[in-house]
Each structure stands twice: as structure tokens, then as C-alpha cells.
Design a protein around this ligand. Sequence first.
Ligand code: CTP
Ligand code: MG
Length: 202
Amino acid sequence: MNVFGIVVAAGSGERFGQPKANVELAGRPLWRWAVDALESGGCDHVVVVGPVPGGIAGGVRRRDSVAAGLAAAPEGATHVLVHDAARPLASAALVRQVIDRLAIGGTDGVVPGLAVRDTLKRVQDGVVILTVDRADLVIAQTPQGFVIEALVRAHAFDDDDATDDAALVERSGGTVVIVSGGDHNLKVTYPADLVVAEALMP
Ligand code: CTP
Ligand code: MG
């Protein structure tokens, strides 16, 4: 297998208050941590989509940035991992776990997932209409891995946006399985998340 890695780093960081890719954690930009995890976890070739040295131009929606990355896939890539620059704490071991599950085969996609700890409620106009059973819910993380043709096919299937790549593959009829996510693999979304990430640094 030949694994291509895409780090998406082209978001506008609206909730954070500024674009996040070049924000530093322990003296290194977030995108660098993400690239290192993919490289040391077994990706053969990694590109960054976003305003970083050597990066390629992203798109308006996250899926457009992923598409830009896919267009830069090297000849011969069989699988692809897509990872958020905003997740600096993903470990090489987690990357390896995703790749190992892809290597087993029988699935189009592999997503790291965490069990939900809080009780979830569905609300309409401020009133609870349902307490959702959390037993069969997981929180999806990145890196997410795919058979490269399955992700390319998923992009051709529809033009709706999605907050992760697995959603595109699922909608196009692909199979996606879950592996155990990283406990510390948080996404830096708000400024306070950076403080937490700093505290969780290995
Ligand atoms: N991303 C991207 N291109 C986009 C949107 C998002 O490459 N058009 C990337 C972000 O840079 C980030 C990852 O996708 O690494 C996860 O997205 P998110 O955390 O939502 O980042 P932003 O979209 O930048 O933040 P916000 O939604 O608050 O604007
Ligand atoms: Mg976003």
C-alpha cells in the first residue's frame, strides 16, 4: 500500500478569532504537529492545503480544501489519510492504527471515534424533546483514512458540504468503520482549546 496524507489547514478560524494553522503550540505551528504525526505514523507523502510554506491553495469549504489535496495525490497512491491541522495532538500511534485497519481491507474508510461521555438531548426552541441514547454514538476525529478511489468517488457523488470526509463516503454508499480515537486528540476550535492542548502536550 502507498499512503498519501492531506493536512487541511485552509480554514478561516471564525470561532477561534483568526486562521489557526500558523498559531503556535509549544513553539511550533499547529500544521507542523499534524504533518509530523502523519509522517511518523507511516504516510509515504504528505501535502498541506493552506497558507503555509510549501502549502497548496485551499477552498471555501473544508471539502473544497480536501479536493485540492486529492488533486495533488502522487501517482500510485492507494490510500489517503485526511487530517485537520487543528488537531496537533494526534499521535503517530493513532495514525498507524488507521493505516493498519485500512491494510486489513474490507472497508472504504476508517474513522477514529471516541465514546460520548455527556448525556445528549435533542432540543427545539429551548425545550428538550428527546434524551438521545448515547450508547451507539461516537465522536469522530481525524486522521480519517480511505481507499483513495472511494474518497474520489465520494467527492464526485454530491456537492453538499460536510464537516468530515467520512460523511461524504457514507453518503456515496461507502463503508466506514471506527477505530479507537485518541483521548487527547482534541480539535482546536476556540482559544481555550489551545490552553487545554498545551496542558495535554506529551
Ligand atoms: N479547513 C480547510 N478549508 C476550509 C475549512 C476548514 O482546510 N475551507 C480546515 C481547517 O483549517 C482545520 C480543519 O479544516 O484544520 C477543521 O476545520 P475547523 O476546525 O472548522 O477550522 P475552521 O473552518 O478554520 O474554523 P471555523 O469553522 O471556526 O471557521
Ligand atoms: Mg470550519
